[in-house]
Design a protein around this ligand. Structure first.
Ligand code: SF4
Length: 260
């Protein structure tokens, strides 16, 4: 691992503890957002690790900006599980980048989560479902596998940021999705801050970024960015903007607005 990957001042590993305080989820995220709404990404992840202990995981696409979230997480603990949805439809460059970043950051618990073989055989035996029904394709290749992978997980770290727009404009550091907590350490980060973080820590970039991709998912549903619309290359022209893993359940709660 490069000495620059995790600088000395940022490598103090954080020990988890199991919280025993009885609180409703809404009260819990209200407390956490009040405490950490102005905090740095690392402070947010450290707080989450102290709060949720071994129930904390990170879900990463190893996309254009994933190195920042992964670096922040690894600076707290390299043992936090990293869940990667191996849809079977990624660019080869993404799989290579996953392996490169995992080694660079010294991640100890990478979990490659694949779709259920029975689901693929029944619904997408020729890997062409994305052509006719992207929601169904995302359901069997992303949403259902993630649900299985999150068994036993209390809270998961995402790489979402407000500047990506859409539903993300009102993102808080801590959310309750009706079943689990979500931790968004980069919620407050702007585009320039993300670029600064890459430069400061000399993080490797996905080779797809140099090819013009600003947000990276499966190859059939990802095009290079068009102007400043970072997520505009995802499911371009279809009206679809999210794969479903961030679907808001009925009792989803994100204290934003005046609470922030
Ligand atoms: S992003 Fe496209 S290829 Fe990937 S799971 Fe969704 S519809 Fe299928």
């Amino acid at each position: 691992m490069s000495a620059l990957a995790l600088r000395a001042a940022e490598t103090e590993q954080v020990a988890p503890r199991t919280a025993t305080v009885i609180e409703t989820p809404t009260a819990r995220i209200a407390r956490l957002n009040a405490l950490y709404r102005q905090a740095s990404p690392r402070e947010i992840v450290a707080a989450a690790y102290a709060e949720f202990g071994e129930g904390l995981a990170i879900v990463s696409s190893f996309g254009a900006e994933a190195a920042v979230t992964l670096h922040v997480t690894a600076s707290v603990s390299r043992d936090i599980p990293v869940i990667f949805l191996e849809t079977g439809m990624h660019f080869a460059q993404t799989l290579d980048y996953r392996d490169e970043l995992t080694a660079f950051l010294g991640l100890r618990e990478l979990r490659n989560i694949r779709p259920d073989a029975g689901d693929l055989a029944a619904q997408d035996p020729k890997n062409g479902l994305w052509r006719s029904n992207t929601d169904a394709c995302c359901a069997i290749r992303k949403t259902a596998p993630l649900e299985r992978a999150l068994t036993g997980v209390t809270a998961w770290i995402t790489g979402r940021k407000r500047f990506h727009g859409g539903e993300r404009l009102a993102l808080a550091p801590f959310e309750w999705d009706g079943e689990r907590y979500k931790v968004n350490p980069l919620a407050n980060m702007g585009r320039a801050a993300v670029e600064d973080y890459f430069a400061t820590h000399q993080l490797p970039r996905s080779p797809l970024v140099e090819m013009g991709y600003a947000s990276i998912g499966c190859w059939p549903c990802t095009k290079p960015a068009d102007g400043d619309d970072i997520r505009g290359g995802r499911w371009s022209g279809s009206g679809k903007t999210e794969c479903g893993i961030h679907h808001r359940r009925p009792d989803w709660t994100s204290l934003t607005g005046s609470e922030l």
